[in-house]
Design a protein around this ligand. Sequence first.
Ligand SMILES: [Zn+2]
Length: 104
Amino acid sequence: MPEELYDSHDFCWLVDEYCSLAEENESLKSSIAELEMAQREALLMLPKLERGHTYCDDCWYSCPKSVDGCCDASQGEECNCGADKYNKLLAEIIGLLTPPEVKQ
Ligand SMILES: [Zn+2]
């Protein structure tokens, strides 16, 4: 490297700039790695939050979608315990957190 360049103020400034950029880059990389780790952990934990339909020994109060269904025919076939709505929301959250390459 030419001596006049090495001694120049500009070069020192460039080295400093480069070092601070490299430092910033490393810190960004480690932040991204931490976020990715949290994302992976969340994706492992979230499916455990999925819930079943309300089942009651007195089948009158069970959700129509529970294992044995509901004895109250007037309740129809649809979920009335909120599990479907809850699980749909959970699936949306999991979808948002799932990286595009995994979704394909
Ligand atoms: Zn239900």
